[in-house]
Design a protein around this ligand. Structure first.
Ligand code: WT7
Length: 690
């Protein structure tokens, strides 16, 4: 069926949502896991699942906490006195940086913790051993404490590219018990400023510039915008700390402001050799905030706790990615998103693995680059997104064959992967011998929730597999009734019981946490427990007869572009910042490469003399407010929006027009004639569905 075809069976999927334009594919046959893993994988038999079943909720999760080093042991596994706000490993204390660094020094201090691969291929990869990383984190922690007054509980905003300074900064914060809030480097200064204000950070850490697609970008000016935007929102940044991409050569056009700005590479030598004792943090102390998009225009800060989050990141890295100490693993994602937090930094380092950090775009200077890196560094486990796989396949379908790399496990994350792309990943990238794991999770869940286990579960292209141990998903229809497995019907993906990686709250807005994730299927009882508060993921999904899940996409006003979440309301409010724009509506359309992309509809206060220029201004407004990755696929200037009689914009009608599907009955609109007009405008602009 073509994208946009409506399937009457997909009851709970609202028209115009991402899930409603999901590309349909038939259930694929299952493939046996690779024989090569059977004898060596971390999870080789059903023992793990059996133990989880026998111990039951919540004690089963002790097994995750046991992967960590605790400064003080916990007294209770779980506390739900105030659902849905949970506490994990209560009474225990630990430090995340000590778990990622100190505890490895004796056994593997001289092994690489990080392989840094600069984008410029002529620059050799750089190994940072666990000992070096430990020393650099200690020095920065000393500086943060003494020069910027950073203390446990303070929020620190980090707007850095993919260089070792990013994990060093995160771990230095964690060492002090400070809460880091990493903003993806590709976010604009404005977007960064709004996140500084919301988190209440006094300290911003940035870099002068970095290499991307063969160009040195001047990143520093974003900090000036961010600080100005935060100031407008009432938050003063006292310290701007600036790393240099090439130490000793400040390469930005932006001047330094004395008293506020500090070049880290100038001052750090004074702190070299310092040892900062890791601060013992209560298990439930927040470790970091990760801002993510939702239904309203305001991004929400997903707050993750120390013990629960780290235990889940470590356990899932062990079970699903099959990471082991001293093996080289590469996740081709950005640390500025949750994937990088859990599976470039915290998961791999807590297990003592070697994690590769690549600065640039995957196919630079050619699509053979990732495979050359993998061969040179001996990468055995690899992870990336369907968008990157599609791109690499399109540009260099045979490039992996020319390389001598050999993968054991290859993971995909962030969006649905269609079977044809899955097959190329398996056959060509994995050379038919690696296990493919399609991992479904979210910023909010801290770590993977559904995936096959690489050595024991059959793989099914296009499906994210069964739930991990301790995870209890169910598909519910709009009325909260369970949709039976194998029925082929889609519904809301809901998790009946909590797990340690689940976010603790929305920073500064606990009500929003409850309404966004738990209110919909909540049951009123006298003595509420976790059983009364199922977690609503916001995804539409189908559960097959064999218990494997297929994710269709978001049911809310979120568009997943190349595995990056964008709120339609955020994009709309960026458009509305232009004085000439009267109304704006954003809808998802399928995109051959990036899965989905936003298409923008605007109506103007006065007709435009130069519609092309107006369209470009709209695009630029979106890039300024959010970042270049949010760039719309098309901007349509329309005479009016389709509206209900009460004046509500009917986005589902626009989505149907953009996706070439049937908008349904439009006769009840206040202005039905406009639908035909808009259809003509979109047709004249050329097809935008892929
Ligand atoms: C949304 C979460 C998971 C970390 C990166 C994205 C979609 C995620 C898959 C997958 C199909 C997936 C969902 C989810 N998604 N993984 N394997 N198959 N869809 O984190 O930005 O919080 O986005 O990404 O729609 O809700 P995020």
């Amino acid at each position: 069926m073509p994208p946009g075809a409506s399937d009457p069976e997909w009851g709970a999927v609202p028209a115009g949502s991402e899930a409603s334009i999901a590309v349909h594919w038939p259930e694929e046959a299952r493939l046996p896991p690779p024989v090569g893993l059977a004898a060596t994988a971390n999870v080789r038999d059903d023992g793990l699942r059996t133990r989880f079943r026998e111990r039951g909720f919540p004690e089963c999760f002790r097994e995750c906490a046991d992967l960590l080093t605790w400064m003080h042991p916990y007294a209770a596994t779980f506390d739900d006195a105030n659902p849905p706000f949970y506490r994990w490993f209560v009474g225990g204390s630990l430090n995340a940086s000590a778990n990622c660094l100190d505890r490895h020094l004796d056994l593997r201090g001289d092994r690489p913790a990080i392989w840094f691969v600069p984008e410029r291929e002529a620059a050799a990869p750089i190994a940072l051993t666990y000992r070096t990383l430990h020393a650099r984190v200690n020095a920065l922690a000393a500086l943060l404490r003494e020069s910027a007054g950073v203390r446990a509980g303070d929020r620190v905003t980090i707007h850095l590219p993919m260089t070792p300074e990013l994990p060093i900064t995160m771990l230095a914060c964690a060492r002090l018990g400070a809460v880091h809030s990493v903003v993806f480097g590709g976010f604009s200064g404005e977007a960064c400023g709004r996140r500084i204000a919301d988190s209440g950070s006094r300290v911003l850490i940035t870099m002068d510039g970095y290499d991307r697609a063969g160009r040195r970008l001047d990143h520093r000016p974003n900090a000036d915008t961010a600080i100005a935007v935060a100031a407008q929102a009432g938050r003063t940044v006292d310290h701007l700390l600036i790393w240099e991409r090439d130490p000793g050569t400040y390469a930005s056009a932006a001047p330094l402001r004395p008293g506020r700005d500090l070049l880290l590479n100038d001052v750090l030598p004074a702190f070299e050799g310092r040892a900062i004792a890791p601060v013992a943090m209560p298990s439930e102390a927040p470790l970091f905030l990760m801002y993510t998009s939702g239904t309203t225009g305001r991004p929400k800060g997903a707050q993750h706790g120390t013990g629960g989050y780290l235990a889940w990141a470590a356990a899932t890295s062990r079970w699903v990615l099959d990471l082991r100490p001293e093996e080289v693993y590469w996740c081709l994602a950005d640390i500025g998103w949750i994937t990088g937090h859990s599976y470039i930094v915290y998961g791999p380092l807590s297990l003592g693995a070697t994690t590769v950090l690549y600065e640039g775009v995957p196919a630079h200077p050619d699509p053979g680059r990732p495979w050359r890196i993998a061969e040179r560094l001996g990468v055995r486990v690899f992870q990336t997104s369907p968008t990157a796989i599609r791109q690499l396949r399109q540009l260099g379908p045979d490039a992996p064959t020319a390389s001598g790399h050999r993968f054991r496990v290859i993971a995909t994350v962030g969006e649905p992967i269609e079977p044809a792309t899955w097959r190329w990943y398996h056959d060509v990238v994995g050379k038919g011998e690696a296990a493919v794991v399609d991992t479904w999770w979210q910023t909010e869940t801290g770590g993977i929730l559904t995936s096959t286990l690489p050595a024991i579960d059959p793989m099914k292209p296009g499906s994210t597999g069964p739930p991990l141990p301790g995870i209890d998903p169910v598909i519910l229809d709009d009325d909260g009734k369970e949709v039976p497995k194998g029925s082929g019907r889609a519904g809301h993906l809901v998790l009946r019981s909590p797990w340690p990686g689940l976010m603790q709250t929305v920073w500064g807005d606990p009500d929003r946490f409850v309404t966004t994730y738990f209110a919909r299927f909540h049951r009123e009882t006298e003595n509420p427990t976790w059983r009364d508060w199922p977690y609503v993921a916001g995804d539409g999904a189908v559960l097959a007869e064999d218990g494997y899940l297929r994710i269709l996409g978001r049911l809310d006003d979120v568009i997943n572009v190349a595995g990056h979440r964008l709120g339609t309301k955020e994009i709309e409010s960026a458009c509305l910042s232009l004085p000439e724009v009267a109304e704006a509506a954003v809808v998802p359309v399928p995109d051959e490469l990036r899965g989905k992309r936003p298409v923008v509809y605007v109506s103007l206060r006065r007709p435009s003399a130069d519609p092309r220029a107006t369209g470009e201004r709209v695009t630029r407004a979106v890039e300024t407010a959010i970042g270049r990755f949010a760039r719309p696929k098309a901007v349509h200037i329309v005479p009016d929006m389709p509206k209900t009689r009460s004046g509500k914009i009917m986005r589902r009608v626009l989505a149907a027009i953009s996706n070439g599907s049937d908008p349904g009955d439009v006769t009840t609109l206040s202005n039905p004639a406009v639908v035909e007009e808009i259809r003509r405008i979109v047709a004249a602009a050329g097809s935008e569905g892929s």
